[in-house]
Structures are given as C-alpha cells and as structure tokens.
Design a protein around this ligand. Structure first.
Ligand SMILES: Cc1ncc(COP(=O)(O)O)c(C=O)c1O
Length: 389
C-alpha cells in the first residue's frame, strides 16, 4: 500500500547519525563517543525518593502542569540560582524531558509559515519542532572564530516580518560554547527591537568550566518574552526518567498546558517526586560529575590539539568537543565514517547539527577516562595514516 501521510512529518528526516550508529552496533570493539548523555548513573538519594513514591503508590496521573511541590521547588531554584522570579502556580510546567518542553513551546508560538531563528550548529530538535508546527526554521551561522557566539548582525540579516522567535542554547550542544552575559544582552536587545520571543535551552547549565551560567530571562525586561527550558536529564544523570520543565509567561504556559493535556497528559508521577529530591537534596553528586567532566575535557582537548589535520576550541560547557576537520578534505560524514572503520571510534558528523556544522565532528566525553585515552590513541593513529598526516 502506498501511504499518503503527513506532509509535516515527511519534511523531517531521520537523523543521519542513525546510519552510522547502526553500522557501529554491528562492529565489535567500538568506543562510542557519539552518545549525548551522562555515563554516570542517577544519584542514590534521587532513586530512593522514586522508590518511596512507588511504595506510597504515587503512581497516578498528576495535574497537567505537574505536582505543586515540584513546581515550587523549581520556582525556588530559578529564583535562587538563575535570578528568574516566576509564579509556581501559573508560570511553570513540568514536562517529559526538555525535548517535550521545547516542542510544546514551539508549537504554542509558531503559526504556519512563521519563522524561528536558530543559531547553528545546534541541537537537532528545534528545527524538527518548527517543521512539525508548520513553521520555518531559519538557520543563522555561528562561527568558530567567534567562539560560536550568536552574532547579532547575522541575526539582523535573517530576521523578517515573519520571524516569531529565536532559540538559544547555552552551554551549547554540539560546540561546547557558552553565551556570555554580554552576548545575551545583545541578543536580548535584538529580541526586544524585533518583538521576538526567546526560547532559552539551559539543560547543560551545571556543566560549565570557566564562567558561571547566565540566564537571559534574568535580564531586565526579558522575563516577559522568554521561555526558559531546563531538565533533570544532564544535571542529575536522569535521561531515562524523562523529566524537564519550562518557565514562561502565563499566556504561553496556558497554551502549552493544552498541548500537554492532549499529548503526554503529565510527566511521570514518581519521576516528579524524585525530581523534588534532586532539587532539594544534597548537590555534591552534581559537582562530582562536573569535576570528572572537567578532567576529561583537559584530556580530550590536549590530545586533539596535538593531532594532525584537526584544530579545536577548548569547550566551556556541556560534555562535547567539536574539532574542525576541514583539513582532512573529507565531509563530516565521510570523516566520521573513516574514524568508525579505521579507528573503531564512533563520533557524530557535524552536519547532523545543521548546515553550519559541516566541517566538524562532535565528540562526547561523557565516557570513562580510560576509554577516552584509548579512543584518542586510536584517532591519532588513524589520522597519521592519512596522506600528509
Ligand atoms: C541542548 C539540548 N537540549 C535538550 C536536550 C534534550 O534533553 P531531554 O533528554 O531532557 O529531553 C538535549 C539532549 O541531548 C540537548 O543536548
């Protein structure tokens, strides 16, 4: 049968990463540095809280927006750590991970044909969500030589009377760059001037190495036009718990609640109880993981800097490093394929993160130090085998 399915879903391609991973899964002895999640397990105190919730039969639907206890804990966290003052009753919703929060946010604001500015390279979900919404993702290049900062002149070149919003991500996946307060002030000025909504994805806020994280919604006049998205996934190594949240002006939350109602209904009940413990309990495991990522960052940065045909910026956040591979003469997909075959190391071609990711590969250092050392040896060896290497 020939199916005539949705044009909107048809416009979104399955990520090119998949083919490479399918190949990798059929090969033995592959070190997988393609994965975008912590290699740590969820801290014990958080797991205990979920077990208690299960024992207490906290296994039913919750309110669409999430349990009050968690919304209050989120509001308190946002006030204390991010300088964002929101009402837990009307300006917060708990979601099934940041991905659902982002998708619902984009659905709630974009009409057919309206444009979403997406500084690129960046996380893949934003443009897919814009397409599903019938909107138009507009990629705006960020440059390695500018530390992948969001260049406001470049934004000005892409803004139109159909532009509705801009999505920013700090720290960034895949570049490991962060947006400084100064850069965020420039973006805020641009958003106000063009009357745009800002979607700010801050899931890696706790994984920073040099400068503290800064939230755009804390800038004067920005709270009323910003949708702040965060999750427990990366900070607390809780990717499988599917728990995130969004803080936004009430009219936006109101629309998002409708989407929640008719898609997921609510985030998982006992995950929400665990998340309360994550926010209110001891935070030492977060710092422990961050320190280990920092140690690995030093290793991969030093090793990649020494390799022929690669150049690399030292990442300032998240657990990714994004070497420039243009001197190999290969496309990012070819080079990732080469590393898979010749070094048995899986990486992600930069192209998977948008047009402007071409010429780079993403390496995740959310893998053990020993594995990273071995992977760096293998990559170095494979590079020396290239002509002129
Ligand atoms: C920048 C960014 N935002 C959001 C997500 C999705 O997070 P979650 O697992 O909470 O849906 C990811 C996952 O890789 C990410 O890199």
């Amino acid at each position: 049968m020939v199916f005539k399915l949705s044009r909107k879903t048809g416009m979104v391609e399955v990520s090119g990463i998949r083919r490479l991973f399918e190949l990798a899964s059929k090969m033995g002895d592959v070190i997988n540095l393609g994965i975008g999640e912590p290699d740590f397990n969820t801290p014990e105190n958080i797991k205990e809280a979920a077990k208690r919730a299960l024992d207490e039969d906290f296994t039913h639907y919750t309110a669409n927006v999430g349990i009050p206890e968690l919304r209050e804990a989120i509001a308190e966290k946002l006030r204390r750590e991010n300088g964002i003052d929101v009402d837990p009753e009307s300006e917060i919703m708990v979601t099934s991970g940041a991905t659902q929060a982002l998708t619902m946010a984009i659905f709630a604001i974009l009409n057919e044909g309206e444009e979403l500015l997406i500084p690129s390279p960046t996380f893949v979900s934003y443009s897919a969500a814009a397409l599903f919404a019938g909107g138009v993702p507009v990629e705006v290049e960020t440059k390695e030589e500018e530390n992948f900062k969001v260049n406001v002149e470049e934004l000005e070149r892409h803004v139109s009377d159909r532009t509705k919003a801009i999505v920013i991500s700090t720290p960034n996946n895949p570049t490991g760059s962060i947006l400084t307060r100064r850069n965020l002030e420039e973006i805020a000025g641009f958003a106000v001037e063009h009357d745009l909504i800002v979607i700010s994805d801050e899931v890696y806020e706790k994984i920073v190495y040099e400068e503290p994280h800064f939230s755009i919604a804390s800038l004067e006049g920005m709270k009323e036009r910003t949708i702040t998205v965060n999750a427990f996934s990366k900070t607390y190594a809780m990717t499988g718990w599917r728990l995130g949240y969004v803080a936004a002006p009430q009219p936006i939350i109101r629309e998002m609640v409708k989407l929640q109602m008719y898609t997921a209904v609510c985030a998982s009940s006992f995950s929400q109880k665990a998340a309360v413990e994550a926010l209110k309990g001891p935070q030492d495991s977060v710092e422990k993981m961050r320190r280990e990522y920092a140690r690995r960052r030093e290793l991969v940065y030093r090793r990649l800097s020494e390799m022929p045909k690669l150049s690399v910026l030292k990442p300032k956040g998240a657990f990714y490093i994004f070497p420039n591979i243009k001197a190999t003469g290969m496309t990012s997909e070819e080079f990732s394929g080469y590393l898979l075959r010749e070094a048995r190391v899986a990486t992600v071609p930069g192209r998977a993160f948008g047009r402007d990711g071409e010429g780079y590969i993403r390496i995740s250092y959310a893998a053990s130090y020993e594995k990273l050392e071995e992977a760096m040896d293998r990559i170095h060896e494979a590079l020396t085998r290239l002509p002129g290497g």
